[in-house]
Design a protein around this ligand. Structure first.
Ligand code: NG1
Ligand code: ZN
Length: 550
């Protein structure tokens, strides 16, 4: 039995000491905090990635260095499992434990414990592919990661500066190469060719859509979108804006998908470009989230968020399945979280099965795997569509009875190539939306009119200890603090169409309060009243009580 390379780990670990007094936690978004504090974490993630690969018999593991939609000084790191999906749950705790070791000696002990506990055969090879976004802190963090990988003697591939979904794609391609599940050529070029090739087939014979503006959040999506645009050529006219990837402080600043979703506004930098009714979209800093929107003739902003994307796409796939003569044989379902707009849930539930799961992509992804075709989107624009292996097989082997059925089946097969099934992917999702708009001859206004969003408000409450908040029913109800849910229910009853829920954030040290009502001012009032309840309940200082908490 091979042993841990203790000497190499110790020597290199001493170059990457853990800062005192910082508690690193592997949460829903991996490790994420100020980039300048993450050196030790990256070194250790290198070791963890190698161990995870050994545990899985030398399968390729991915490491992505990004802090997504967070501001530029932040950074983070996530591990990607062999099929391109998020790291298995049980390893999140291992990662937290390894990152917490205060000294090199404690690190060795933590790693030894992990090897024993997870029964890792150290004689197996370790293979890791990694990438980073455009953040200035990325390059030096990658060096720390490389030291961790070197300590373990891992076989590595540097995928350079690229998007999170491309890294996930590469992992899946590398692990399926030469098998019957081969996912594509394991290069950025292969990704671009796969997506653009499928898109071109899907829109053949359809009228070209008017130009699409993409707000690239001044992040890595700008690089990928530019390459994609050249692959698409005449098929889709793309105008990329906010592509200043080297301007300090520009990343996600007053632009990007999160800015649009949270402020419910047009990025100011787009104002002079966008024409009334013209559709535009925003990527986030690592290009895995997508928000569409338009401004109408009166300049009023209309958001087409993850829920609207889910509604558009799910209805289209249901139609194709029917068209293919496979209704009742291939079941399409949707997965959402409690943050999905109530109007979207109503619209979708009237048409197909809808499941609500706790926040976090891993929950959505796993629930979507239970359908033949599972459409999942978070309201914030992160999502994708999963086709089960059996469904893919059935579509490839089905003999159509009519030319119309044959066309529908071909469309479904091309959608399978177009959609990045490993993880939410802004560029792949964008082409998916564009495909549906082209097929339905929809403008943004027509798409928007599928249903009218319920007015809503999302509020953060800073509390002493968010861990006292415990939820049930896919986070829609609080079980702790005891009695608080009853008070919330009582408030909600007083608002027409009222809905509100409270949950601790998994990525920030806050409690989030969401509220909906038929009228916007009422949704705001309900959110602030519930926030007030939360604040008082947790012993917030009455002198510092935010004044909008009524
Ligand atoms: P938290 O901080 O747990 O609410 C946020 C988003 C999630 C998800 C994660 C990971 C909201 C309300 N929450 O989680 O949907 O995207 O970040 O990035 O948007
Ligand atoms: Zn992101």
């Amino acid at each position: 039995m091979a042993a841990l390379p203790v000497d190499a780990i110790s020597e290199l670990s001493n170059l990457h000491p853990k800062p005192e007094h910082i508690h690193f936690q592997y949460g829903t978004a991996g490790f994420r905090t100020l980039g300048s504090t993450l050196d030790s974490v990256l070194f250790r993630v290198g070791i963890l990635a190698a161990l995870r690969s050994k545990k899985l018999d030398g399968k390729v593991i991915g490491v992505m260095v990004t802090a997504s939609h967070n501001p530029e000084p932040d950074n983070g790191v996530k591990l990607v499992d062999p099929r391109g999906e998020m790291l298995e749950n049980s390893w999140e705790a291992h990662a937290t434990h390894v990152a917490a070791a205060p000294t090199t000696a404690a690190l060795i002990e933590s790693l030894s414990h992990l090897v024993k506990h997870a029964k890792i055969d150290l004689s197996k090879p370790a293979r890791v592919v990694y990438a980073r976004d455009t953040r200035p802190s990325g390059a030096s963090l990658v060096k720390a990661l490389e030291d961790g990988l070197k300590a373990m003697g891992a076989e590595t591939r540097d995928a350079g500066v690229t998007t999170t979904p491309i890294l996930h794609y590469l992992v899946r391609c590398m692990n399926t190469k030469g098998t019957k599940e081969e996912y594509g050529d394991d290069s950025e070029e292969g990704y671009m060719a796969k997506l653009s090739g499928a898109f071109k087939k899907l829109v053949t014979g359809k009228s070209a859509l008017p130009p699409l503006i993409i707000d690239c959040a001044n992040g890595v999506g700008a690089l990928a979108a530019t390459v994609l645009a050249s692959h698409l050529g005449e098929t889709l006219h793309i105008i990329t804006l906010n592509d200043s990837t080297t301007t300090p402080g520009a990343l996600n600043n007053a632009c990007g998908a999160d800015y649009v979703k949270t402020t419910q506004r047009l990025p100011p930098s787009l104002a002079s470009y966008i024409q009334p009714g013209q559709r535009a979209c925003s990527l986030d800093g690592d290009a895995d989230r997508l928000m569409y929107y338009y401004a109408d003739e009166r300049g009023v902003f209309h958001m087409l968020d993850g829920d609207k994307i889910a509604a558009l796409v799910a209805a289209f796939i249901v139609e194709l399945v029917k068209g293919a003569g496979l209704e009742g044989e291939i079941n399409v379902g949707v997965v959402q979280t409690a943050y999905a707009n109530g109007a979207s849930t109503k619209y979708l539930s009237e048409r197909l099965p809808v499941k609500c799961v706790p926040t976090g992509v891993k929950h959505l992804h796993h629930a979507a795997e239970h359908y033949d075709v599972g459409v999942y989107f978070e309201a914030n624009g992160h999502g994708t569509v999963l086709f089960s292996p059996e469904t893919q097989e059935r579509l490839s082997s089905h003999s159509p009875q009519t030319p119309a059925q044959s066309t529908a089946i071909n469309h479904l097969l091309n959608l399978i190539s177009l959609i990045n099934q490993t993880v939410g992917d802004a560029l792949s999702d964008m082409l998916l939306v564009e495909t549906v708009l082209a097929h339905k001859s929809y403008t943004a206004v027509e798409w928007d009119s599928l249903y009218a969003d319920m007015p809503n408000r999302l509020v953060k409450v800073v509390v002493k200890d968010r861990n006292i908040f415990k939820t049930e029913d896919a986070e829609r109800r609080l079980v702790s603090p005891v009695g608080l849910q009853g008070k919330i229910d009582e408030l909600v009853r007083r608002y027409e169409g009222g809905r509100s829920f409270v949950r601790p954030s998994g990525t920030e040290d806050v409690v989030r309060v969401y509220a909906e009502a038929v009228v916007k001012t009422q949704a705001d009032e309900l959110a602030f009243r519930v926030a007030g309840l939360v604040y008082d309940e947790t012993g917030g200082d009455p002198a510092k009580r935010p004044k909008e908490f009524i």
